[in-house]
Design a protein around this ligand. Sequence first.
Ligand SMILES: Nc1ncnc2c1ncn2[C@@H]1O[C@H](COP(=O)(O)OP(=O)(O)OP(=O)(O)O)[C@@H](O)[C@H]1O
Ligand SMILES: [Mg+2]
Length: 1002
Amino acid sequence: MVATVRRQRPRRLACWALMTVLLADLLALSDTLAVMSVDLGSESMKVAIVKPGVPMEIVLNKESRRKTPVTVTLKENERFFGDSAASMAIKNPKATLRYFQHLLGKQENNPHVALYKARFPEHELGFDPQRQTVYFQISPQLQFSPEEILSMLLNYSRSLAEDFAEQPIKDAVITVPAFFNQAERRAVLQAARMAGLKVLQLINDNTATALSYGVFRRKDINSTAQNIMFYDMGSGSTVCTIVTYQTVKTKDAGMQPQLQIRGVGFDRTLGGLEMELRLREHLAGLFNEQRRGQRAKDVRENPRAMAKLLREANRLKTVLSANADHVAQIEGLMDDVDFKAKVTRAEFEELCADLFERVPGPVQQALQSAEMKLDEIEQVILVGGATRVPKVQEVLLKAVGKEELGKNINADEAAAMGAVYQAAALSKAFKVKPFVVRDAVIYPILVEFTREVEEETGVRSLKHNKRILFSRMGPYPQRKVITFNRYSHDFNFHINYGDLGFLGPEDLRVFGSQNLTTVKLKGVGESFKKYPDYESKGIKAHFNLDESGVLSLDRVESVFETLVEDSPEEESTLTKLGNTISSLFGGGSTPDTKENGTDTVQEEEEGPAEGSKDEPGEQAELKEEAEAPTEDTSSPPPPEAKGTAAPEGEKAAEKDGGDKPEAQKPSEKGEAGSEGAPPAPEEEKKQKPARKQRMVEEIGVELVVLDLPDLPEDQLARSAQKLQDLTLRDLQKQEREKAANSLEAFIFETQDKLYQPEYQEVSTEEQREDISGKLSAASTWLEDEGFGATTAMLKEKLAELRKLCHGLFFRVEERKKWPERLSALDNLLNHSSMFLKGARLIPEMDQIFTEVEMTTLEKIINETWAWKNTTVAEQAKLPATEKPVLLSKDIEAKMAALDREVQYLLNKAKFAKPRPRPRDKNGTRAEAPLNASASDQSEKVIPPPGQTEDTKPIPEPEKEAAGSEAADSEPLELGGPTAESEPKEHPEQPTGQKRTLKNDEL
Ligand SMILES: Nc1ncnc2c1ncn2[C@@H]1O[C@H](COP(=O)(O)OP(=O)(O)OP(=O)(O)O)[C@@H](O)[C@H]1O
Ligand SMILES: [Mg+2]
C-alpha cells in the first residue's frame, strides 16, 4: 500500500492569533460591539471585556469583585447567580449548584458522575436514557441538564460584561481546560448556543494564560527559543503546560512573536476543592466527636451543616496558607450547637498528603509529551488559586529542581486576559499586533476502516487500516483530507481517538468513549456509475479540527478526472465558467489549490493493502511532525484564512452546476502528483493543449455519534426557550421588586419629609394630615396586600401618591431654586444693561448697531426688570402654602429671551466690517479702525463676542454673582419687595473687577 503524505503548505500550518500588546495599539475600526472573554473555572469565573476605544479589562461583578462564583440557585420562582447564589448555599443547599462543569460531556456511568454524587449528595441526579447523561432534579417540576446550567451561567457572565461595558455583547471567547475532549468541548458550545452567545473560540485556559504572559513580554521574545512551564492548580484540576516562545517570520507581518504549546500534563481532580473536602471531612469528624455521647445525628447527614462546613473549610484552607494554625468556628452548626476547633497547617498537610504527592505528576506528563528535560525549562510559573498552598509550592519546587517558582503573572486573571486578547484579535472591530499561537492536540484522532483484500489469487481477507488524522501534540487548527482510493461502492469508516496510553486506567474511564463517530457513506457506487469514462481519484473526506479544538467532517467527495482534448484557446464555455468562478474566489482551478486554500491540508491516500503492514499512517504522521515547525514558522497563514474563503469558492462552483467540472492543466499535478512548481501559464499553453477535467460528486454522509450525542436541535431550541423564559421571569420579578421598593421608599421618605421645616413652611397642617393619612393607608396596603400585587398595581399606587404630594414638593423645589435663578437673572440684566450703555457710547460714525436694535434691547431689559419686580412682589404677598406665581421655568424663559437679544448684537459686532477712514496728511489713519474701536469699547463693558447664537441653559453665575445671590434672595425670604428689586441704573463694574466672561456666561 502506498500511503503518501502531501507536504503541507508551510504558511497554512500555524494557527494564528493577532494580539494586542500595547493597549494603545488597540484600535477600534468601527463602532461594532464589545467582545468578552470568560475564564470558566470550576469554582469561579473571571470575565474580561474589550470595547472600541477602551482597553481590555477585568469585569467587576455586582459586588465589585473580580471573580464571580460559578454558582446558581434555582428556586421554583426565582434564580440567583454568583455571589448571591453562593450565599444561598447554606440556606438552600439542594437548589444551589456548583462544580457542575465536572458533569459536562459525561455519561451516567462515568466515574466523575459517581464522584460528583459522592461529593455533593444533596443533589438529586436524574438519568436521561436518550443520551445516557444525568440532569439535576431540583424539584418534581424543575430539572436542568448540566448544559442548561452552564448556559445560565454564561448568560449571567454576559449580563455582567454588558453592565460593565454599557453596551450589548454577543461575541465571546470562552476558556476550557486543555484536557477537555470532543464531547466536553461540544457541551460547552451547546451551552453557549442556548445562551445566544457567539463563540469566537473555545480557547484552552493554559493557552490563554501563555498568551497573556507572552503579549506583556513581547519585547523579551526573540529568535532564541525560551521554554516556560506554567503550573496551574485551580479548584477542580491541575494542568502543567510547557510553552516555547520565539520570534518567527510571518508572511504578512515580518518577524513576530510566537507561542507554541509543546507539552501538557494534567490531573483532572487535583485542586483546591479536593483539599477543602478533606478539611470538611476532618471538621465534620471533629464536630461529631465533640457531640459523642449526646445521641446526636451525624453532621454529614445534614446538608445545611455540611454546606456551612464546606464554606468554613475553604476559609480555613486559605488562612492556613499564611498561618501555621487557625481556629475553625461556626455558630449554630447543627441543632443550634456551635462548633469550634483548632486546625494546624501540619494537620491539613497530613490530611492532603496523598494529594501533594500527585503534584509532580502533571510536570512529568508535560515533559514526556514535549519530549523535553527539566533543564530545558527556563522558568516555572505558578497559575491558579490553589498554588498558593505552601505545600504545593514546596513539592513543586522540589519536583522541578529550580531555585524558585515564578509568581510574575496574575494567577487568577491571566487566562481571562489572554482570552480577551484573543477575542479582540478574532473580532473584526479591533486591529491588534500579531502574536502567533500554535496550540497542540492532546488526544490524537485517527480514521479506521476495514477493507476486503485479495492477498493471493482467490484468497480474500479483511484488512484493518488506521490512519492518524491529528497526531498527539500536532498543531491545530488544522484541516486534513483523507483519500480512499480503493472503493467503488458505499462503505463505512470510523473516527476514533488514537493511542491514549498516556492516560492512566482511571483517567481512561473518565475520558469516556474512545470511539467518536462512525461515518456511513451513501452514493459512492452511484458516483462511479455517473462517470464511467472518468478515472476515479478516490473518495476524499475533508476533516477540520477548528480553533476550538472541535473536530468536524466538512464533506466527503468522490473525485473523477479525465483528459479533455481541447486547447486552452478552445476551452468549453462550461470550463471557462468553472475557471472564472474558481479564480473569483481566489482558489484557482486546481484541486490542490482548493483543498489547501481552506487551511492546512494534508492528504493521506489509502493505497494497496501491503502498505498497511507497517502502520504507514503513523509513519506519515511522524514525517509531517518533523517538517511542521520549519514550515510553519517560515510563513504562517494570515488570520483571516481561519475559515472560509476558499471553501466558499468551492461551494459557489458546486452550486453553479451541481457537480463541479474543473479544468486542470496536466502540468498542475493532482493529489498523487509531485510537488514541483507548475510552469508558467504562457509556456503551458503552448506545450499542453490537452486539459484535465475534474468532476466532484458530493457523497451522502450519515454520522453515528459514538461518544456523546449532541442535544437534538429541537431539544436545544426548547432549552434555549426555557432559559429565555426564566430570564424574562427573573427580570419581571426584579422589576416588581423594584416597584415595591420604590413605593416603600417613597412612603417612608415622604412621611419623614412632612416633619422637615422646609415642607412644613409650605403646607398647612390640614394638608400634611391628608398626605400623612394616605401614606399610612398605602403602607398598610403594601404590608397586607402588596405581596400579591402586580408590578402595574405597585406603580399605580406610587403614581397616586406622587400626584398627591406633587403640589407640596413643587412648592419646596421652587423655593429652593429661586435664589439661584433670581441671582442669575440679575446678573444677566446687569451685564445686558452695561452692554447697552457701551453700545450707546459708540460714536455715531462708528456705530454698528441700529437705533431699532438698541431700543429693542432696552425694551426687553426694562420689561424683564419690570416682570421680575412685579412677580417677586406678587409672590411675596401669596401665602407660602399656595401654588407660587414666581416660577423658575418663567425666570429661565425670560433669561433666554434676553440672552438671545444680547447674543444677536454681540454677533453683529463680531462680524462688522471696519468703515474706511479719511487719511491725514501723513497718510496715517485719523482713528483706530472701527472694528478695533467697537471691540475695545465693548471690551470695557461686555465680554468677547460669543461664537454662536445658540441659546444655552443659563448656568449658575460665578463668584461675583455669589455676593448678590445672598442679597437678592434675602428680601424674598422676608416676603416683601425691597430696593434691590427696583429697576435701577447699573453702574459699570469697577476696573479691578473687570474680567473676561466666559462665552456661556451671557
Ligand atoms: N490563599 C489561598 N490558599 C489556598 N488556596 C487558595 C488560596 N486562594 C485561592 N485558593 C483556592 O484556589 C482555588 C481557586 O483557584 P482558581 O480560581 O484558579 O480555580 P478555578 O479556575 O475556579 O478552577 P479550575 O481552574 O480548577 O477549573 C480554590 O480552591 C480556592 O480555595
Ligand atoms: Mg482555572
